[in-house]
Design a protein around this ligand. Structure first.
Ligand code: FAD
Ligand code: EPU
Length: 337
């Protein structure tokens, strides 16, 4: 294993910020990860696991060991009349993995097509899109404990998944590196087409018959239409979570803004943060080298040459404007280092 020093992370964060890690290593196995733990302890620096770098903001040079988790492999571990159990290494590309599952007639992840990043990061924020979250098809995961060096299995219950949330953001934050994830997929396809214009898109492609690849391709088309490609325009997808508010605030908002977008959520209401930013007049807004995307106000973009401070300054400005106008707090979604 080659430990690299002062390594540029520019190609490993989808904002494309020119920052470096004091130490960097590619880990291809659990044994490599254990060696990385020993190295970090010796140098007395924290370890940061890295997948595709599509859900983080690197706010400056990092005095840490960044470990690119590159553990590959995917296999069907069991199959019966209803369920297909599939395990994938943390370093597998998420979208390629999803497409592979569909080819194996194992269904459930099709709505999560084209989400950037790798399998190992997917449980961290319980990735979700188009009415599906990974918790719906999750069985368990294996992770290496940075304190003891032992592998631990986390069940669905252990992970405490919520909206863009899991135990890995709370009580065991920074303690584990996920090495593999096991999914319980379905033998039979049950299309979930209720989100937005997905049903319409699928029907346009294939009439009434919606096979899993058609659904996957329809999701890809919708995503490509409204989300910027990080290779073209630096971004990390939604920059804020959709805020959850109580009935009283929703009613107040509805009086002033009858078209406010809100969905019922666990006895409360989830507002569309993109709508709030858009309605505050900030869709396509530009402040120097950063801005909001002109087709999706929730996505903050690096137009080229921006610094992390430029981005965090814009985020702060948006939070203030939205708070002053609607009385709603926006919470940043990607992890800021
Ligand atoms: P990274 O950015 O590399 O890491 C994210 C966090 O997870 C970091 O804290 C990192 O330390 C930690 N981590 C990474 N790997 C491991 C590991 N093996 N073990 C422990 N911790 C680890 N997300 C959605 O939920 N839904 C969407 O629809 C969606 N759309 C997006 C669209 C675009 C254009 C972009 C750029 C992003 C989008 N995202 C979306 C966010 C992002 O793709 C997901 O959060 C994805 O899971 C991040 O994967 P990654 O490998 O890039 O993680
Ligand atoms: N909207 C606007 N203006 C905008 C953007 C959105 O009015 O500029 C409105 C839309 O018209 C729609 C509503 O807001 O009525 C919701 O928009 P959209 O369907 O685009 O979804 P979102 O709530 O903005 C969430 C996730 C996305 C995920 C999509 C699809 C969060 C924080 N974001 O976005 O996830 O792909 O739903 O399910 O929950 C990510 O996490 O990075 C991400 C991209």
């Amino acid at each position: 294993m080659r430990m690299l020093e002062n390594y540029s992370l520019e190609a490993l964060n989808t904002f494309g910020f020119r920052v470096s890690a004091r130490y960097f290593v590619e880990a291809n196995s659990v044994e490599d990860l254990r060696e990385a733990i020993r190295f970090a302890a010796e140098k007395q620096v924290p370890i940061v696991p890295l997948g595709g770098g599509s859900n983080l903001v690197l706010s400056g040079d990092q005095d840490a060991l960044f470990v690119h988790v590159n553990i590959h492999g995917k296999k069907i571990t069991s199959r019966n009349d209803d369920l297909v159990s599939i395990t994938a290494g943390a370093g597998e590309n998420w979208h390629e993995f999803v497409r592979w599952t569909l080819g194996e007639q194992a269904y459930g992840l099709e709505n999560l097509s084209l989400i950037p990043g790798n399998v190992g990061a997917a449980p961290i924020q319980n990735i979700g899109a188009y009415g599906v979250e990974i918790k719906d098809y999750f069985h368990s995961l294996e992770a290496l404990d940075l304190q003891s060096g032992a592998l631990k299995t986390f069940t669905l219950e252990d992970c405490q998944f919520g909206y863009r949330d899991s135990v890995f953001k709370h009580s065991v934050r920074d303690r584990f590196i996920i090495t593999s994830v096991t999914f319980s997929l379905a033998e039979k396809l049950s299309p979930k087409l209720d989100y937005g214009r997905l049903k319409q898109e699928v029907e346009q492609r294939s009439g009434e018959c919606s096979d899993a690849f058609t659904i996957s391709e329809s999701v890809c088309d919708i995503r490509m239409e409204k989300l910027p490609d990080p290779l073209v325009l630096g971004n990390a997808g939604s920059f804020f979570k959709n805020p959850v508010v109580d009935e009283c605030l929703l009613r107040k908002l509805q009086t002033d803004y009858p078209d406010v977008v809100a969905y019922p959520f666990e006895g409360r209401w989830k507002l569309a943060a993109g709508w709030l930013i858009d309605r505050a007049g900030l869709k396509g807004f530009r402040q120097g080298a950063v801005g909001t995307f002109n087709k999706q106000a929730l996505v903050l973009v690096n137009h080229g040459g921006a610094s992390p401070d430029d981005l965090l300054g814009l985020a702060h400005h948006i939070q203030n404007v939205v708070h002053n106008r609607f009385g709603v707090e926006l919470e940043i979604e990607p992890r800021v280092y």
